[in-house]
Design a protein. Structure first.
Length: 94
């Protein structure tokens, strides 16, 4: 896995794509890619960690209280949106 976020990924990410190039470069430098093992929890429902997560590869399971899990895969139409971005978090993300 790369040790940085690809600026082309950011240009295709609606949440940040309208930013000027210098801001995209700053985000790419500051962002920290994470690689999780299968089944590891990235976000816990009810938490407020202050981070924003984007799915760049692989897939995650999103699950809310009393709802069936939904699988989100990278490179799909929904993937460029931030994961479980509401605070406090309303979804578990694995």
């Amino acid at each position: 896995m790369a040790d940085h976020i690809d600026i082309e990924f950011l240009r295709k990410t609606p949440a940040v794509s309208a930013l000027p190039p210098w801001q995209l470069e700053a985000i790419a430098e500051l962002a920290e890619p994470l690689k999780l093992k299968k089944g590891a929890k990235l976000i816990e429902r009810g938490s407020d960690d202050g981070f924003t997560y984007f799915l760049t590869a692989g897939k995650v399971s999103l699950q809310g209280a009393d709802l069936p899990a939904e699988i989100l895969e990278a490179e799909t139409q929904s993937a460029p949106a931030p994961l479980a971005n509401l605070r406090p978090r309303i979804l578990d993300v694995k």
